[in-house]
Ligand binder design. Structure first.
Ligand code: AMP
Length: 326
């Protein structure tokens, strides 16, 4: 189970941190993937763009290979029982632990005029989304590690208080380390809303991709053979490892080690490899977005599957709590 907020264009971080695993997992597991439209209301209360943004996230996931016939692919707001589970879990979540969450502290800094209770209890709603399907594996990027630890705590607390209902959910990346795709300027991670010129979006056209990659931070090159790479150079290589062929990567690694590297050439190659990767996805997204009827069908089909699973879990939850006396 996993979700993505419809708060802007999806980027390479969303793809390599999350969607790539959705596409693999749908072959091996019973999967639930959702557009987290309710979570987006914590920071984006204005809903004028919501429908278009939801459509875009649906189309972008499908263009990346998510198959709505294999996985349940739905909107968070279509599963009303999640709100009920969220209510019960809120009574087991403590103010102190919620206030300590790194993402909450970040949001308080970036939205000081809208520090609402939904923002504080964001990890509780996220837990409800996950455990309402009694999910074990949650494909997410590294930025979600702390939230997953909280989800484990809340699920365990429920089990301890009311009896074993939920398996322990954990972040999942096929036994590999969780991924963080860095921004091109070497200062942070790619993101939907911040640092837009340093983030590569799946909607970027070829020229914009070239422009962004050519601006990636580099320097005049290593001073001695086999030097360690500064973080911003390591980031550029990390991006190359995501999209370039093995022999290309080996060549530039060797050039770096023997001090013959030309970062202009490396960035030109990286830009072309990024275009090869992003352009076909962008074209598919545009075609899917034209077919609103299909998108509605996807949402209905997904909601039906997800509601069936949620209803079964909620019966267990109400029985475990003891809300079954009439
Ligand atoms: P969000 O964009 O916050 O709705 O996150 C959707 C998914 O993308 C989550 O699983 C995140 O962990 C993942 N994600 C977002 N940004 C990055 C990034 N820069 N690197 C890796 N994963 C990311």
């Amino acid at each position: 189970m996993s979700g993505i907020r419809p708060t802007g264009l999806l980027h390479l971080g969303n793809y390599f941190g999350a969607i790539r695993n959705y596409v693999k997992m749908q072959e091996d597991f019973e999967c639930y993937f959702m557009v987290a439209d309710l979570h987006s209301l914590t920071t984006h209360p204005d809903t004028k763009e919501l429908k278009a943004n939801v459509h875009r996230v649906l189309a972008e996931n499908i263009a990346c290979g998510l198959d709505p016939d294999k996985a349940a692919f739905y909107c968070q707001s279509h599963i009303h029982e999640t709100a009920e589970l969220y209510l019960y879990l809120n009574m087991m979540a403590y103010k102190g632990e919620l206030e300590k969450t790194a993402t909450f502290k970040d949001k308080v800094r970036s939205h000081p005029d809208n520090v609402n209770a939904g923002l504080l209890t964001y990890p509780v709603l996220q837990t409800a989304d996950i455990i309402i399907h009694r999910a074990k594996y949650v494909p997410v990027g590294k930025d979600q590690e702390q939230h997953l630890e909280m989800a484990r705590n809340f699920a365990n607390r429920f089990n301890h208080r009311y009896g074993e209902v939920f398996p322990e959910p954990s972040a999942f990346n096929y036994n590999q380390d969780l991924v963080k795709v860095p921004s091109l300027d070497g200062t942070g991670k790619m993101s939907k809303s911040e640092n837009q010129m340093a983030t590569l979006y799946l909607a970027d056209d070829d020229e914009l991709i070239r422009k962004k990659v050519m601006k990636a931070k580099t320097d005049s090159g290593p001073g001695a053979n086999n030097s360690p790479k500064p973080d911003y150079i390591e980031n550029v290589f990390l991006l190359m490892r995501l999209v370039s062929a093995d022999d290309v990567i080996r060549k530039f690694e060797a050039d770096y080690d023997n001090c013959s590297i030309r970062y202009g050439d490396l960035k030109k190659q990286l830009a072309e490899d990024m275009i090869q990767f992003i352009a076909p996805i962008r074209q598919k997204v545009n075609a899917i977005l034209e077919d609103e009827k299909y998108l509605r069908q996807v949402m209905e089909q997904g909601a039906e599957k997800a509601n069936r699973s949620a209803a079964a879990t909620m019966q267990l939850v109400r029985d475990a709590i003891g809300l079954n006396y009439y």
